[in-house]
Design a protein. Structure first.
Length: 147
């Protein structure tokens, strides 16, 4: 039984570490993932998991159950607490206002002007001038209000 309690603690640590990695990587990773970003994130997750997961099928079940349970619990808590949601997922950030690119917001989000423009083109906007408001949402996706 002590072995499974240790597995629960390791799985919880793994989950917290993943949340911290995602926050450090930024919202952009969630919605605008490049192949390189995805490879790095998967590699980090695999390494962390190999350290946290003890051998044996029951340990794997406990690990998966713990991570899934924590994830579902945090998701429920985030629906009821804006503060917790912003802590875990981040806040929406304005990238373009009245056609003007918010350079400091791009820097803070580790996003280039080229990546912003590509995101806007995906939404049918040729340039920033036609955009009244573009926001990088907490999901990592860009939303746009036409000008």
């Amino acid at each position: 039984m002590e072995q499974y309690a240790l597995q629960v603690l390791k799985a919880a640590g793994y989950y917290v570490a993943l949340i911290i990695l995602m926050r450090l990587a930024g919202k952009r990773l969630a919605g605008q993932t490049t192949t390189f970003d995805l490879i790095v994130l998967i590699a980090l997750g695999v390494v962390m998991q190999s350290v946290a997961l003890q051998e044996g099928a029951w340990n794997a079940i406990v690990f998966i159950g713990t991570v899934f349970g924590l994830h579902r619990g945090i998701a429920v808590l985030c629906t009821h607490s804006t503060s917790l949601r912003h802590l875990i997922r981040g806040k929406p950030r304005v990238l373009v206002r009245d056609g003007k690119v918010m350079e400091s917001a791009l820097r803070d989000e580790n996003m280039s002007v080229a990546e912003l423009e590509a995101g806007l083109r995906k939404l049918g906007h040729e340039d920033t001038q036609s955009v009244k408001l573009a926001t990088l949402e907490e999901t990592g996706h860009i939303s746009v209000v036409d000008g």
